[in-house]
Design a protein around this ligand. Structure first.
Ligand code: SF4
Length: 279
């Protein structure tokens, strides 16, 4: 067994929270710069220029790229040959989030109860998704998720009688309904398959994937089709009109029941953030 001390996990999660909120992933930055060149609407182009300047300034001044620093979603891949000493893993992750958000001066956006709404003042608890993997490594991905885009997400329990066209229409409609709320240009995470909760998780994972397209050619083609249709809606950057409404559509598919075809859309904004470290 390889021993990892919980102090290393706390430190890593803390640093990942700060990093993810200040520095956008390289591929997202490239997409935004490219979008700025491609946009034909003068106002849309201006907005994209502001978005690029905003992430450059955040990086330079070491401040968050957006005031909504999100709920801390943490994906954990725990090698089965790892033994954790010190605190338990969940406590260590939450301590890392606590330190990251308070010391990194990130806005604390979590309320303890959905109706009584008392702020926990340290952005805990994190939303933790854990999988066991072979080997002796621990992989941590922190994906802060703002509410403007999260609130525009949806799931539909389709049936196997539904066609690819039905799925495309559902995803495009979700983006049209969202309009300017998720701060476009968006990254659209799509989950297809699984069951009710598994499908939503597939869509969330899709937002943490690189923006280079699915490795499965069937789904890569579908991503392209959806992206083209979304960018024909004319919503444009921040909803001011234009041809760049979405930067990417990422589909993650998974096994499902013979009588099911769940489809979930997890909307990501122009600051679709995530940072990963392997210990
Ligand atoms: S949707 Fe994204 S860019 Fe807009 S306020 Fe929320 S986190 Fe910030």
């Amino acid at each position: 067994m390889r021993i990892i001390h919980s102090d290393d996990i706390v430190m890593s999660v803390k640093e990942l929270c700060i990093q993810a909120n200040r520095i956008l992933p390289e591929d997202l930055k490239t997409c935004l710069r490219h979008a700025c060149q491609q946009e034909v609407s003068p106002l849309g182009k201006e907005v994209l220029g502001d978005i690029v300047r905003n992430y450059e300034t955040a990086e330079k001044l070491s401040v968050p790229v957006c005031q909504d620093t999100g709920m801390a979603v943490v994906f954990v891949q725990l090698g089965q040959e790892v033994s954790i000493q010190g605190q338990d893993l969940v406590s260590a992750i939450n301590e890392g989030v606590r330190q990251g958000y308070t010391q990194g001066l990130l806005r604390c956006s979590v309320v303890r109860d959905p109706l009584r709404r008392e702020n926990t003042n340290d952005n805990t608890p994190a939303v933790i998704h854990m999988t066991m993997t072979p080997g002796d490594k621990l992989s941590l991905t922190v994906a802060p998720k703002g509410a403007g885009s999260e609130n525009m997400s949806s799931i539909k329990m389709m049936t196997p009688a539904c066609t690819e066209r039905d799925i495309i229409d559902y995803v495009v409609q979700a983006v049209e309904t969202a309009g300017s709320n998720p701060c476009p240009p968006v990254v659209v995470g799509v989950g297809i398959g699984g069951n009710f909760e598994g499908c939503a998780l597939l869509a969330k994972k899709a937002l943490c994937r690189e923006l280079s397209g699915s490795q499965d050619s069937f789904y890569r083609e579908m991503e392209k089709k959806i992206l083209e249709e979304i960018n024909r809606t004319g919503i444009g950057p921040q909803g001011f009109g234009g041809k760049v409404t979405a930067l990417a559509v990422n589909i993650e598919a998974g096994p499902t029941h013979i009588a099911s075809l769940p489809v979930a859309v997890n909307m990501g904004c122009h600051v679709t953030r995530h940072a990963t470290r392997v210990i």
